[in-house]
Design a protein around this ligand. Structure first.
Ligand SMILES: [Cu+2]
Length: 224
């Protein structure tokens, strides 16, 4: 199953993947168990000449157990998934860790606008830098993304980071991630947002600390 996912390069990606595996294995075992039982009963109680079928109303406790025991097992398995899922949710969505970098990301038909606050660390000042579809971050740092949309609902998706967050006009939603490996990773829009939706695809450049410093220096010395 490992190969079904894109490579995980975020600090919390492993926790999200663990949830996928948990649900996958629980449903796989349950599927084999129930389908196996159906096949067994089909064979065991198949038609034989001269044998009459039993008339079962299912109204006594012994027969009702066939419903209630599986229901109880399913509820226990559900709670298992819920409890594990709540831990992962709290880690990713509950508390945003102190951030090293803050970027504003705005979804619009049909691209991502990324705004950096610049050396003064404040948005809305002349040293802000806006890039279309390109997001540059260093590896091993907590990046806080302030998400909003200009027109319709979009969805900020970092498949390699197991991060997906709806982006809603009129709201500012905080997301965060920390990259574990330098490289280039896609930022598709994961919410059908119009005829150009499929082409709405940004690129996340995860740099080594030295590369990132170099990028910062080049950006703010040449353009400002
Ligand atoms: Cu979109």
């Amino acid at each position: 199953m490992q190969n079904w996912f894109p490579e995980n390069v975020s600090t919390f990606g492993g926790d999200v993947d663990a949830m996928f595996y948990l649900i996958y294995y629980i449903t796989a075992v349950w599927f084999v168990l129930t389908e196996g039982l159906i096949l067994y009963f089909l064979f065991r109680y198949r038609h034989r000449p001269g044998q009459r079928a039993a008339y079962v109303q299912g109204d006594n406790l012994k027969q009702l157990a066939w419903i209630f025991v599986p229901v109880a097992i399913v509820i226990v398995l559900d709670f298992w998934i819920d409890i594990r899922g709540a831990e992962v949710w709290a880690k990713i969505k509950g508390e945003v860790p102190p951030s090293d970098i803050v970027v504003r990301a705005t979804g619009k038909q049909f691209n991502w606008e990324f705004v950096y606050p610049g050396p003064d660390g404040k948005f809305g000042t002349p040293d802000d830098l806006q890039l279309d579809n390109d997001l540059h971050v260093p590896v091993g740092k907590v990046v806080r993304v302030v998400l909003t949309a200009k027109d319709v609902i979009h969805s900020f998706f970092l498949p390699h980071f197991r991060l997906k967050q709806d982006v809603v006009p009129g709201r500012e939603i905080i997301a965060w991630f920390e990259a574990t490996k330098p490289g280039n990773y896609e930022i598709p829009c994961a919410e059908l947002c119009g005829f150009g939706h499929s082409g709405m695809n940004g690129m996340l450049y995860v740099h080594t600390p030295e590369e990132y410093e170099k990028w910062l220096t080049e950006r703010w010395s040449s353009e400002k």
